[in-house]
Design a protein around this ligand. Structure first.
Ligand code: PGA
Length: 256
């Protein structure tokens, strides 16, 4: 089965104002125009979503949120819900990024609730999993990632799972310039796919997009993206410059 490639840019807490966002969005619009095959998505901060949807309308570049509430509406100060993202024009949402797990106490149970909320409102969840350096050095990377996958997908039915995307992001590779080797990444992606097969079935596992994230740059993208079970990239630092993001998209397209 041939899966597409998806290149997603997680802007995190950048840029600091709408002027910077507008500039980046306009450059992305121009630089990404030639690409016709790979899926492309950008995830700006919440306040810049409308701007992104507006500037990128009539392009192939989708927009997503970086997080969402497990709640739909009500007295939850500071939260943003799935129907809000949907009505802002989002197609994707990142869930359970390691920075949220680390700095905002996000749990596997919370991740599970958020996936359900996203699915209910037809958003494609990009669910992040990955081990810390300590866990890898202790040889626990597979058990940690498996547990995150099992918990995240708990009670999500075979009929509902189709839009779910998993992003394997080893914590030690995020923002560090230290990327997993293509062999290490491929091994974990295959392990995740096998875990999904055990939880669901072979067809679902084969169809699922599994992205790699953690210091993906123009110079390592092609090798990572050509691995059999790596279906795209979740890009942090390198997505803040239109040129480097476009080079990563080009690497993805060159393999399709
Ligand atoms: P990075 O971030 O590319 O800057 O390592 C990836 C991510 O956190 O999604």
């Amino acid at each position: 089965m041939s899966r597409t490639k998806l290149i997603a840019g997680n802007w995190k807490l950048n840029p600091v104002d709408d002027k910077g966002a507008l500039e980046l969005l306009r450059q992305l619009r121009t630089r990404l125009a030639p690409f016709t095959k790979a899926g492309i998505a950008v995830m700006p901060p919440f306040t810049m979503l409308h701007l992104a949807v507006d500037i990128l309308k009539d392009t192939r570049i989708a927009v997503g949120g970086q997080n969402l509430s497990g709640e739909e509406s009500g007295a939850f100060t500071g939260e943003v819900s799935a129907p809000m993202l949907k009505s802002a024009g989002c197609e994707y949402v990142i869930i359970g990024h390691s920075e949220r797990r680390q700095f905002f106490n996000e749990t596997d149970q919370g991740v599970n609730r958020k996936i359900m909320a996203a699915l209910k409102h037809a958003l494609n969840p990009i669910v992040c999993v990955g081990e810390t350096l300590e866990q890898r050095e202790a040889g626990q990377e597979e058990s940690v990632v498996r547990e995150q996958v099992v918990q995240a997908l708990s009670e999500i039915k075979t009929t509902e799972i189709h839009p779910v995307i998993i992003a394997y992001e080893p914590v030690w590779a995020i923002g560090t310039g230290r990327t997993a080797s293509p062999t290490q990444a491929q091994a974990m992606h295959l392990f995740i796919r096998r875990s999904v097969e055990e939880l669901y079935d072979a067809q679902i596992a084969q169809a699922m997009l599994i992205l790699y994230g953690g210091s993906v740059k123009p110079d390592n993208a092609r090798e990572l993206l050509s691995q059999k079970d790596i279906d795209g990239a979740l890009v942090g630092g390198a997505c803040l410059k239109a040129d480097s993001f476009a080079e990563i998209v080009a690497a993805g397209e060159s393999i399709l």
